[in-house]
Design a protein around this ligand. Structure first.
Ligand code: SF4
Length: 391
């Protein structure tokens, strides 16, 4: 048996291409406010143009690339990482006038909060949002807190929000004594919160909250309830709110939420000896069926340390899986699901958008800037600083 296997990208279907933003009308992109022409994807000089603009900017610009970005973008990143690492990396470069964030909107907001007032953070396509972050709107969370207050539990509840949330939700969390968490430190964040209160309102990813509470803190599934912001009182009775330890916001990642327990069964039949490794944003039954669960950084480190000849099925974003498969040709690395599973919003940042961003910055125009309103930034910073101080 050969121990090598080249990664086969799923066939491009019209739907997949639509999801990737290719072939779409750039002028129709929601929220795009960027003067100048978006270079056509067919321009053979795109790489050359990006290199020239990058060289012209020099140390004035710092380009960050999230692990889920396309290879064509990652090649221009000065550093790569998950959202938290990139925000910290940005904060460690106070000399950089421009921080070009190749990721999604909430990540650029966090970078803006953690960088100096004179630094300008830009997102090459303002339509690069995050469907999970969009599932918890500020006004919905304010209303949820009122529901908790009516049930008499707001005073004993500590809000914890995942990094993948808007600056407004982080600010709410900071104002109400809570903390931000990442998929790497969710356990510590929950323990910290439960030392300060009897309950946690966990936003916006119900799966990370449930998986951490049950698998790492030893709580029961029955200790968790799901708050649905689209239902009256979250769809919960006062008794349910009083009895619960974890009040999980009804949000999820549209990429990791796609994996099913049946995919785990299927891949074990398809790939002999496979180790199934999934991200904690996956559903609870998927995590229960997997061999290992961990953050993006954990997945990368585990694959780097894995022996040659080992076989892995990864339940995470496809750009990262493909990159890991190409980086480790001595290991068999397959995608957990048989269908395409890119993060469509991450993929909105492509080479034409990056070229336009770098060229406009090099010409002295700052477009696509992400600037968090000062009061929001101040309160969000409180929650972020509490995370940084977690034991
Ligand atoms: S992978 Fe999921 S959580 Fe991450 S940006 Fe995409 S939709 Fe949001």
């Amino acid at each position: 048996m050969t121990t090598t296997e080249s990664f086969t990208e799923p066939a491009s279907s019209p739907l997949a291409l639509l999801l990737l933003g290719r072939g779409s009308d750039p002028a129709a992109e929601r929220g795009v406010d960027c003067p100048g022409e978006l270079p056509p994807a067919s321009d053979p000089r795109l790489v050359e143009r990006a290199e020239a603009a990058r060289a012209a900017l020099g140390d004035r610009a710092f380009v960050l690339g999230h692990h889920y970005q396309r290879d064509e973008v990652i090649r221009f990143a000065d550093v790569t990482g998950d959202s938290f690492k990139l925000a910290r990396d940005a904060a460690a470069r106070p000399d950089a006038e421009y921080v070009v964030f190749c990721g999604v909107h909430f990540m650029a907001e966090s970078a803006d909060i953690l960088t100096g007032a004179e630094q300008q953070v830009v997102l090459p396509d303002l339509a690069a949002g995050c469907s999970m972050a969009d599932m918890a709107e500020y006004q919905q969370v304010v209303e949820a807190w009122d529901v908790l207050a009516d049930a008499g539990v707001a005073d004993v509840t500590v809000p914890v929000t995942y990094m993948n949330s808007t600056a407004a939700i982080k600010a709410f969390t900071g104002e109400h004594g809570g903390t931000v968490c990442t998929s790497s430190n969710a356990e510590r964040a929950l323990r910290w919160a439960l030392e300060r209160g009897q309950k946690v309102l966990f936003m916006p990813d119900q799966h990370l909250g449930r998986n951490t509470a049950v698998l790492e803190l030893g709580l029961q599934l029955s200790d968790c309830v799901v708050y649905n912001p689209h239902k009256r009182d979250g769809g919960l009775t006062r008794e349910q709110l009083r009895d619960a330890t974890m009040i999980l916001w009804q949000g999820h990642c549209s990429v990791h939420g796609r994996f099913a327990a049946s995919s785990v069964v299927e891949v074990r039949e398809r790939v002999p000896g496979v180790t199934v490794l999934v991200h904690p944003e996956c559903r609870h039954d998927v995590v229960l069926g997997a061999d290992l669960v961990g953050s993006t950084e954990f997945i990368i480190q585990t694959l780097d340390a894995a022996p040659a000849g080992s076989a892995w099925a990864l339940g995470t974003e496809l750009n990262l899986v493909r990159r890991l498969a190409n980086r480790h040709p001595d290991k068999r690395i397959v995608f957990l699901d048989r269908t395409v599973c890119y993060c469509s919003t991450m993929n909105r940042i492509d080479l034409p958008h990056l070229v336009r961003q770098l060229e406009t910055l090099a010409a002295g125009d700052v477009v696509n800037r992400i600037a968090v309103e000062p009061r929001t930034a101040e309160n969000a910073r409180l929650a972020l600083d509490r995370m940084l101080a977690l034991p």
